[in-house]
Design a protein around this ligand. Sequence first.
Ligand code: MG
Ligand code: MG
Length: 626
Amino acid sequence: MSETARLKTSIATVSLSGPLPDKLEAAALVGFDGVEIFEADLMTFDGTPQDVRGIAADLGIELVLFQPFRDFEGMPEPQRRANFDRAERKFDLMGALGITDLLVCSNVHPASLGEPARAAADLAEMAERAARRGLRVGYEALAWGRHVSRWRQAWEIVRAAGHPALGLVLDSFHTLAIGDDVADLPQLVPADKLFFVQLADAPRLTMDPLSWSRHFRNFPGQGGLDVAGFVRAVIAAGYRGPLSLEIFNDDFRAAPASLTARDGLRSLIFVQAEAGGPKLPPPPAFDGFEFIEFAVDDASAQHLTSFLGTLGFRHAGTHRSKSVQLWRQGRVNLVVNTEVDSAAAGHFHMHGPSVCAMALRVDDPARAIRRAEALLCPEWREPVGAGERHIPAVRAPDGTLIHFVGAEGDGGSIWQDDFVLLPPAPEEDDALLTIDHVAQALPPGRMDSFVLFYRAVLGLLAEPVFELADPYGLVRSRAMTSPDGSVRLPLNISESGKTATGRFVSAYAGAGVHHIAFACRDAARAVATARARAAPILPVPANYYDDLAARWSLDDAALAALRAADLLYDRDDAGAFRHAYTDPFEDRFFFELVERHGYRGFGAANAGVRMAVQAARREHRIRPNQ
Ligand code: MG
Ligand code: MG
């Protein structure tokens, strides 16, 4: 494939929520070239097929496929004859819609005969009838087809039928979900016989393919299937038709069509690049977090800065023209923004005291922006004062700004340009060194959207999903991390509104940062000094340490050190992890102090204890008389 060749993009209407005209509009506005019309969407549409054709024409979007035609091939009489009559009626409908390609999926009917020669003969006759009207028929193997469940079987039937108006439809889900591949596709199937290609990813789950397919498909890049490898083989086979997203997903059916459509097109741009198609600017190389910015008002700024003071942060500077303070410790920069008429103020009005922005150190901020824009994330620009540095940024799906900051030395650091800095304090006082991770809480159904954003736009890797037990429900957690580990963003989601994550999302009116973890050399010392400054370190129940002693062979001294500092402990094959939490700030976000020795996780084993203590303390505060 030459570097400039881009395959047409398409999405099946079943992938989007709402009535048919809204689906068409959402797909067209975000920039898809075409849509597949799913028959059920047409049946519930209050208008004629000609109306649909007119709407699509007005929107400038092509109707590329009509689907599905089920239980057709290899039926005994009288169903066989009835099926041809049914096909003629669908051809009438396609004529009215102006669609030339029909998708026939492999038969699941108990009465189907399962004789490949009969299936080939039936499909050849159907293709002949279609050809008389200038239409074509594509045959797709369903993973749960009664006799045909693999694309090579479907291809054998198409080949045997030998009709020019009959070709093969490939679907990445039906192929990859049953452990099949398309490695020999370029050798087996001529390009002119590849009529249509549908793409879907899916999380790796152990369940029957039908339920898996109907509820858990997602966009390429959101799941665990090698969709990019699939597309690579399809391109190598000479396919030049549309790449079309066909996603059955309960969350997508509930989300606004415009959001889903944007994610879908982003996934197609990403997967084509991964498959060797049109290139994207490479993702950034990261060097950790440059700053985290809080949106607060004057009252909560007072509370927040005194909270930060207990953790050892010092007021390090004040913005030259805005009501913005810098608080600093080690390499950690925290920006406290109370400027009215700013993006931060907008964020504060929406969400209350919150993290409104984070800045990541990258090798090339301009390239990071070019990649984001190629993936449908426009650059976000806030007005800057004279002499102030413009820091390029994009918006994450929740509206949080993600700034890209280059290495120092490319024109003075942002702090020297924009802030009046106070003389630095001696560094030996610093217990906290860097930002280890920034965890976010997401509303139910939004995990896939965030995973795609961080994976495609920032090039982060998606780690396995953990399920964490909150006293009031289950929290699912999945971390996105940069290849070098310097940027770690755990994402948490809860179906229950009563868990800490669920409560956060409702109190916050949406997704947002719910804790920030600071790395330290010695967590016990960091906790001791923070406690001495009256930091609200979360107490850990004694039972936790009894369990810990049983789980890991820790000596008495190590256990006593943990207990004395209210430290939690975990270990993986790479090393150990000691960490402590604070109470939340104004019942919102909280902080974590972590000491990592090669350990790669986030203390998921301890999340249950942390959430139970937080819940108990919250109830204690709510009902102080009990
Ligand atoms: Mg399909
Ligand atoms: Mg954490």
